[in-house]
Write a protein that binds this ligand. Structure first.
Ligand code: NCD
Length: 353
């Protein structure tokens, strides 16, 4: 059914505690622990389909519009892959210059039109809160793929999924976690969203390592400290990296006034094997939302870490498919129908070996 004008279907709303079906996913503030547990549980159920042991075309015929008005590789492709794996079609618009936003169309109008063509929309945009503004004009669920320096909820959920699965090897969970966030914490939307999610767990210690000018916004720090967690704010690596998980981030050059200004901070907190061995614990898990800036002047996560089992960055990116599949299944209300749509995989694949 298509909806025109301002008569939005009553199912498309932002809920505090979640009824997933028909809901937008705009901010991690929507979730409580139960909602997250549900998402992580459904994500794990997606593993056999993502690894091609079985297929599940429960969204056969559904249409995702993937609107990416800012550069992206893994978020855009994994949203599309996730939807395809569930049997749906994907339409993409990439870059503002290729869309009618460059002709002065409002986000509201674009949303009215595109939601008429789609069952669900994933969107990334450089302006903070733009995805929320867009969602007001949409008649179908909108999933935030990153709105400027504000939030990146699906990344934070996949980060949490990754932390949970990595910590399982050490008989730990999301409670009592000791995590270091390092790099550009001011502009990094992934660490904003992740910190807010971590505040929901018990007895978390978060150490924020960043140049003073690029420290975490106060509002994010107070979300953690108001929930009773220990927060250490520092601009020194020495003595501060002993943790379960170190989460490195990129200097977000696109959020600075100029490249020269971003260059001032590049390479300050490079993590390489010698730093890791000197300051981290033996089993510290290394995460990064990617892309890592591997240019010599930045080298924020050295390739000499590539042979460490605890480097989780590619497992983390892979988990993005599972979590995005789960979010599509939940927002489109098919999470209970997965097994009845299962079929064998007929083509050659060595993915599950
Ligand atoms: C991040 C982003 O776009 O915020 N990338 C991603 O989605 N995996 C982090 C970054 O670009 O540095």
């Amino acid at each position: 059914m298509l909806y025109f004008g301002a008569n939005f279907p009553p199912t498309v709303q932002l809920f505090k505690m979640m009824k997933f079906q028909g809901s937008h996913i705009l901010s991690v503030s929507q979730f409580d622990r139960d909602a997250i547990a549900k998402i992580l549980h459904v994500s794990a159920q997606m593993a056999p389909y993502a690894s091609r042991q079985k297929r599940c075309h429960v969204l056969d015929g559904a249409i995702l519009s993937n609107l990416f008005f800012e550069p992206s590789t893994r978020t855009r492709v994994s949203f599309g892959t996730a939807f395809n794996l569930l049997g749906g079609f994907v339409r993409e618009t990439v870059g503002q210059e290729n869309s009618s936003l460059s002709k002065g169309e409002s986000l509201f109008d674009t949303a009215q039109v595109i939601s008429g063509y789609s069952d669900v929309i994933a969107m990334r945009h450089p302006k903070m809160h733009s995805v929320e503004e867009f969602a007001k004009g949409s008649t179908v669920p909108v999933i935030n793929g990153g709105d400027g320096a504000n939030e990146h909820p699906t990344q934070a959920l996949l980060d949490l999924f990754t932390i949970q699965s990595e910590m399982m090897h050490f008989n730990k969970g999301l409670d009592d976690l000791n995590i270091v966030l390092m790099g550009d914490l001011k502009h990094g939307r992934t660490v904003h969203s992740l910190s807010k999610l971590l505040s929901l767990y018990n007895n978390v210690k978060v150490t924020m390592v960043a140049p003073k000018a690029l420290q975490m916004p106060d509002s994010v720090i107070s979300t953690l400290s108001n929930a009773g967690h220990e927060v250490v704010v520092t601009d020194t690596m020495a003595g501060n990296l002993s943790c379960d998980v170190i989460y490195q981030t990129r200097i977000q050059q696109e959020r600075f006034a100029s490249k020269d200004e971003a260059d001032l901070y590049r390479g300050h907190f490079s993590l390489n094997k010698s730093v890791y061995q000197k300051y981290c614990q033996e089993n510290t898990v290394i995460m990064h939302p990617l892309p890592r800036d591997s240019r010599p002047e930045a080298n924020e996560l050295d390739t000499d870490l590539n042979d460490l089992d605890n480097l989780a960055i590619f497992r983390q990116a892979q988990n993005g498919v599972l979590v995005r599949m789960a979010l599509f299944a939940l927002t489109l209300g098919v999470e209970e129908q997965l097994t009845e749509h299962e079929k064998p995989v007929n083509w050659f694949t060595n993915r599950n070996n």
